[in-house]
Design a protein around this ligand. Structure first.
Ligand code: DP6
Length: 373
């Protein structure tokens, strides 16, 4: 009989192994090279809000990988020419050291897993397909594209690494850059975070959602209404931190586990009413957590609420299964099956564009994941 203490130490050793496998055990000798990866953004259905330990999620989450909102990053590397490695960061072709700071901090954090970064001069050139400051976070797509480029360097030195390892480590590295980025690594539905209902789930990387999914979710639409495109008053990273000691933190984490478990049969059967109930409740709970943090804050705007009310009325009147979700901002993501695209876009143009900044919205849908260019 194995005791619970023995079982816990076995699990701990296993987890340690998962991380240790990402520490390179080959000799580091990188020739000059070049790679380009294009990675998509994602929209969470069950939200990641709250961290533990070293950038691990306080609860599991699941997201749709998007298709149109992407970051494309090209990296050129050469063995360093001086004592210090030189890193140049370009945004849309122009040198932009300020935008580069986050990437350079990321390189520092992933050094144990990618020590070659210290040995290389790099020129990084990155572009987003969505407008800068549209309120669409570029950290998920950006960190994912960067992580894949780092993996392309590893592959040059270690060409035999398996595809599974390549993607798992890309997700592992991306997570260290920005939690939600670890889900922008596979297409379709992606799960991140240990939970009793999904055995293969991990806190250290995302996995393709492993259970059956009805085809209706394969080309689900996401029309993003740009309500407020300014700089957010409170960053996601600060918001996560406010979950420490939050009065509703523990119960929130339980609800997230439960919602993920309940989604399994909804994804399998294509139960859109069930889907809507969970997705909208998750969005409102995320913002309720912000409003009940100390200090408290509100990221929704009056137009966010006006749009939500309109969506509810439209759904009631037409029975079209369109729902909303929110990320950490004022913009509204309208989620619905592809079959209703025309109806929903007519509704958006007739009744909702007036609530959007400069009448702008973006049309996106579930996508197939990152691609090497
Ligand atoms: C509300 O991944 O942006 O979008 O890990 O600090 O970089 P960091 O935070 P981030 O948080 C995303 C929060 C969210 C919900 C989600 O995507 O699950």
């Amino acid at each position: 009989m194995i005791s619970s203490i023995q079982l816990k130490s076995c699990i701990f050793a296993l987890k340690l192994n998962i991380v240790e496998q990402f520490i390179p055990d080959f000799s580091i000798d990188l020739k000059a090279g070049d790679s380009t990866w294009k990675s998509p953004s994602n929209i969470a259905l069950v939200k990641y809000w709250g961290k533990k330990g070293d950038q691990l999620p306080a609860n599991p989450s699941v997201s749709f990988t998007l298709s149109e909102a992407t970051t494309q990053t090209n990296v050129k590397w050469t063995p360093k020419s001086g004592a210090d490695a030189k890193k140049t960061f370009l945004f849309e072709g122009e040198e932009n050291p300020k935008f580069g700071e986050k990437t350079f901090r990321f390189f520092e954090k992933i050094k144990p897993y990618a020590p070659w970064l210290d040995e290389l001069d790099l020129i990084i050139d990155t572009n987003n397909t969505f407008p800068h400051s549209s309120g669409i976070a570029s950290s998920a797509s950006g960190m994912s594209a960067m992580a894949f480029n780092v993996m392309s360097m590893e592959k040059q030195m270690n060409p035999n690494l398996t595809e599974d390892y390549f993607y798992q480590k890309a997700s592992f590295l991306a997570r260290i850059g920005s939690g939600s980025a670890c889900r922008s690594v596979y297409g379709g539905l992606v799960e991140w975070g240990e939970t009793p209902s999904i055995q293969s789930a991990s806190d250290v990387f995302g996995i393709p959602y492993p259970n059956p999914v009805d085809p209706v979710f394969q080309d689900y639409q996401d029309t993003i209404l740009l309500v407020d495109v300014g700089q957010k008053k409170v960053s996601s990273t600060v918001g996560h931190g406010l979950l420490k000691g939050h009065p509703f933190g523990e119960s929130r984490y339980q609800v997230a586990h439960q919602n993920l478990e309940n989604l399994a049969s909804i994804f399998q059967s294509g139960d859109l009413d069930g889907f809507i109930k969970i997705v909208e409740s998750e969005a409102l709970m995320l913002h309720a957590l912000m409003m009940s943090s100390q200090p408290y804050f509100i990221l929704m705007k009056p137009n966010t609420l006006a749009i939500i009310e309109k969506i509810w009325t439209y759904r009631e009147e037409t029975k079209i299964p369109v729902c909303f979700t929110l990320d950490a901002g004022a913009n509204v993501h309208m989620l619905y099956p592809a079959a209703f695209k025309q109806n929903v876009l007519e509704f958006v143009n007739a009744e909702l564009v007036g609530y959007c900044q400069k009448k702008k919205y973006l049309c996106d849908s579930v996508g197939s994941g990152p691609q090497q260019q």
